[in-house]
Ligand binder design. Structure first.
Ligand code: FHN
Length: 447
């Protein structure tokens, strides 16, 4: 065959392959999935729970990596785990008292330990002296209380040989000598995900984490992965088992095809204080910020960086004003209890939500972009200004505000607020309003 014909032929084949692979990437969410996204956004607030064998060491969930604990030594935690005070109902009650509508639980973190009765590995909670399938109990407790359940699942593994550890950024000190084999690891993950999506009722979301182990650090120009995770297969499997189940992947990138929400770690969308959030906020899928209630995800015995009630409220409201949910984390103690410093703060913020929930649940980010004084949310014809601090000069100017206003009131006591609509925008007189709390809400009703 002449070279020109050959190259045309191969271009054609290449084009076909590209076309097929792109087609494979086209993802149309099921109607149930779109509905689940809406409910998720309405629900706004969830409890993240990092807990497992690592909790016993009281040094955060990265302890295996940070202290280069060899798999052989780390294994000694298995016969020692007996969380005598574990009570799934109490965890769910903590979430309810906080005004949270969902829980995301660590089914398997980077130490590879499975918090359910998996048939795919012996490295699991039912092989500890505790023996109980805590996920089963949590799923039942959530169902009873109408709390949705999402499952965190690490794609990174510091324990297994077949995880492609040779190219990983972390877990190099855990003493693995076997060769990585992604085909085998992928099959293992698929089998585990099948269990999770078959045996535990309706699952709100699968919350993946660990992709970044196979990329350059966040902020690097090239963030391509060193392995092909074959997400189309993993995501396809999840959506075929439970079409409504929302997939999110904490890869710190813009969402990939097949993903149903985008998470931000320790940043509100649009911020990058953590150095992990270089990605833009998606306009297509729901957003979620995850944050710790102290400084750590997993139980850390010396961590006293407790967030105050005001900080928690402002975080939630700050997320809502940026059209995002807040997934607030606790790391329960090795005995299974959530420490009182956390439950007290969560309950106090929950009390605030009992009064102000109308301005948060079911809302979307408001028309006024985040301001130095706070943020806005909106539901129908009502816009809520969430004012975190005394506005300068007892006046709030909403530049460019054109919509016709019917009335303005202090949300909590329905006291009218004086306002003027002029060419430069809407001006509210905030004189006489107390801004002592975490968030004073002013309601603008549109005509
Ligand atoms: O390494 C994990 C960390 O332990 C924790 O689970 C957080 C939660 O967003 N995600 C990873 C770091 O990006």
């Amino acid at each position: 065959m002449p070279v020109s014909v050959l190259s045309k032929f191969s271009a054609c084949i290449g084009g076909l392959a590209l076309c097929i692979s792109l087609q494979a990437q086209v993802y149309t969410p099921a109607p149930a999935n779109l509905e689940a996204r809406k409910t998720f956004q309405d629900n706004k607030y969830g409890l993240f729970i990092h807990w497992g064998l690592s909790s016993m060491l009281g040094d955060g969930e990265w302890v295996m990596n940070n202290r280069n604990i060899k798999v052989e030594d780390y294994k000694r935690l298995l016969p020692a785990f007996y969380p005598a005070q574990f009570d799934a109902d109490k965890w769910v009650q903590t979430a309810r008292n906080a005004g949270m509508k969902y829980i995301v639980f660590i089914t398997r973190h980077h130490d590879g330990f499975s918090n359910w009765d998996t048939k795919q590995s012996d490295w699991k909670i039912t092989n500890t002296p505790f023996k109980r399938d805590v996920l089963k109990e949590l799923a039942a407790a959530c169902k009873k209380e109408g709390i949705k359940l999402g499952l965190y699942y690490s794609t990174l593994d510091w324990y297994r040989d077949d995880y492609p550890h040779e190219t990983g950024r972390t877990g190099q000190g855990t003493g693995r000598t076997g060769k990585g084999n992604y085909a085998s690891y992928l099959q293992f993950m698929k089998n585990q995900l099948t269990e999770l999506l078959t045996n535990y009722g309706e699952i709100m979301s699968i919350w993946f984490d660990g992709h970044w182990d196979q990329t350059n650090p966040e902020g690097a120009h090239d963030r391509s992965s060193r392995i092909d995770w074959r997400y189309e297969e993993i995501y396809g499997l999840i959506h075929s088992l439970q079409p409504q189940c929302m997939i999110g992947n904490n890869h710190h990138l813009t969402p990939l095809p097949g993903e149903d929400f985008q998470m931000f770690e320790r940043d509100l969308p649009g911020e990058n204080k953590s150095g992990l959030s270089f990605q833009e906020a998606s306009q297509e899928v729901p957003l979620e910020t995850c944050e710790t209630i102290n400084g750590a995800w997993g139980y850390n015995i010396t961590d006293r960086k407790y967030k105050t009630v005001s900080q928690v409220i402002q975080l939630l409201v700050g997320a809502a004003g940026r059209n995002a949910n807040l997934l607030l984390n606790v790391g329960p103690m090795p005995n299974g209890q959530i420490q009182p410093e956390f439950t007290d703060t969560l309950a106090a913020a929950g009390k605030w939500l009992e009064k102000y929930g109308e301005t948060i649940y079911g809302t979307r980010g408001g028309p006024i972009a985040p301001q130095p004084w706070g943020v806005s949310t909106q539901k129908g014809r009502k816009i809520y200004l969430h004012v975190f601090k005394q506005p300068y000069g007892n006046m709030i100017l909403l530049p460019g505000f054109k919509e016709k206003v019917k009335q303005v009131q202090v949300f909590i006591n329905r006291e009218p607020v004086k306002f003027k609509q002029q060419a430069e925008g809407l001006i509210l007189q905030s004189e006489g309003i107390s801004f002592d709390g975490a968030d004073e809400v002013i309601e603008i009703e549109l005509r």
